[in-house]
Design a binder for this molecule. Sequence first.
Ligand SMILES: Cc1cc2nc3c(=O)[nH]c(=O)nc-3n(C[C@H](O)[C@H](O)[C@H](O)COP(=O)(O)OP(=O)(O)OC[C@H]3O[C@@H](n4cnc5c(N)ncnc54)[C@H](O)[C@@H]3O)c2cc1C
Ligand code: SF4
Length: 474
Amino acid sequence: MGEVKGYLKYKRLEVKKENVNSRINHFNEFTIELADKEIKLQGARCMDCGTPFCQSGCPVDNLIPEWNDLIYKNKWNDAAKRLLSTNNFPEFTGRVCPAPCESSCVLAINTPAVNIKNIEKAIIENAFQNGLVTPTLPKIRSGKKIAIVGSGPSGLAAADQLNKFGHLVTVFEKNEVIGGLLALGIPDFKLEKNIIERRIEIMKTEKVEFKTKIEIGVDITLSELKSEFDVIILCGGAEQPRDLPIKGREFKGIHFAMDFLKQQNRRNGKRIFTDDEISAKQKNVIIIGGGDTGSDCIGTAIRQGAKSVLNLELFPQAPKMRSINNPWPEWDIIDRISSSHEEGCKREFSVLSKEFIGDGSNVKKIKIARVKFENPDPNTGRKKMVEIPDSEFEVEADLVLLAMGFEGTSKNNLLTELNIKTNDRNNVETDDKYMTNIDGIFASGDMRRGQSLVVWAINEGRTVAKNVNEYLNK
Ligand SMILES: Cc1cc2nc3c(=O)[nH]c(=O)nc-3n(C[C@H](O)[C@H](O)[C@H](O)COP(=O)(O)OP(=O)(O)OC[C@H]3O[C@@H](n4cnc5c(N)ncnc54)[C@H](O)[C@@H]3O)c2cc1C
Ligand code: SF4
């Protein structure tokens, strides 16, 4: 343990951010990191609890108390080795993870948690700067060939692990860029793309092969791939967006959030796109859906120069503090103000979008009603939504972005050709070793568990890699 009673002596420090008026003029990351000596004292706040709840709160079981202690003792290199032993890409999670570990930190019972996510980012960035993250090639190659379909964090983690086990890995990606939602979903202001490229370069030197602009199921069939590789892992994500089939949905100016976010990421990367341009400039923008995707649309629309941004959410605003039925060490369901929310949007909760009103061609307004949720049904546990009478109102809408979540994997040839089974949530069904109904074809990440988090995708990639390695060594 770093410093006995360090948690009493040192306060949690938050990273600073470039001020709003300045950061909305660009798409780059804008956090101003703590100095190493400050990070070290943040590590000193860790109590090295007998049962480290933070570690079980972290989906990849990061050895959090160990690295907190190591940085307090200025052993940054050892801390990096510990961190990389459980997490292939801490430079991604250190930027975009919502940090369930911090919700589970024992300090968080009645005082601010240890600043785990920022410590993680500091350790890995320090390691990169000091030349510690270098390519390591396996000493022996098994000769077994593995194809990974999809290059998101799950596919990348699986590729990294299996390559280290000595297998020959090829990652197929339908887009022009590697990284899945890290590259084309999450905006640059949360994760700059050179951070992904830096890691991919290392993986390429380690002899992981990447093939972009190849859609499995279209350019190459799954059975062709199966005849060439010993194992296939499907890591295609959960790309099917939830639609809002209300009156007026056909008007121009109503788009899925991902179509909007992808374009901006491509624009930032100076890459070509052929679909019609979607721009928020000088528009009244309505974003339907109050989650992460909605928040990313807010920050992007503001940077594009939107006239106004309104975020609509069906469910009520979460409380400021944990409620009694959401106890520690569970993930705390509270109203989180994202950096994008700070940048100037208005938020409306408990509202139902009822109709898009247009001028015959383009969307012009949206009709909304206020709703309330009645006590849960004792049999189903579900709360019934009731519209509040005479509560309808209309708001100006020149651009509407639908960010209401995803409904599992896209329905396409990838799964239909060999009849890969999906479950009632439209995720690929697997056994407990992540193998699909077809021998030798596995699945992981959002494609298996549904839309989730980067850290869960890394966990799934690592788990499927372990299972595939066992399968190949049977
Ligand atoms: C807008 C947005 C913001 C998010 N922000 C956060 C965040 O801040 N923090 C966080 O933890 N999580 C966030 N998430 C969730 C997180 O990005 C995902 O859970 C994670 O990326 C899932 O990883 P994956 O590898 O399973 O799939 P994905 O990242 O979706 O990658 C799947 C890849 O497979 C490719 N593919 C699909 N089918 C084929 C095919 N047939 N052939 C070849 N390639 C194919 C796709 O093109 C894609 O590149 C966000 C999600 C969205 C949509
Ligand atoms: S990956 Fe996420 S949950 Fe795990 S230690 Fe890092 S911030 Fe916490």
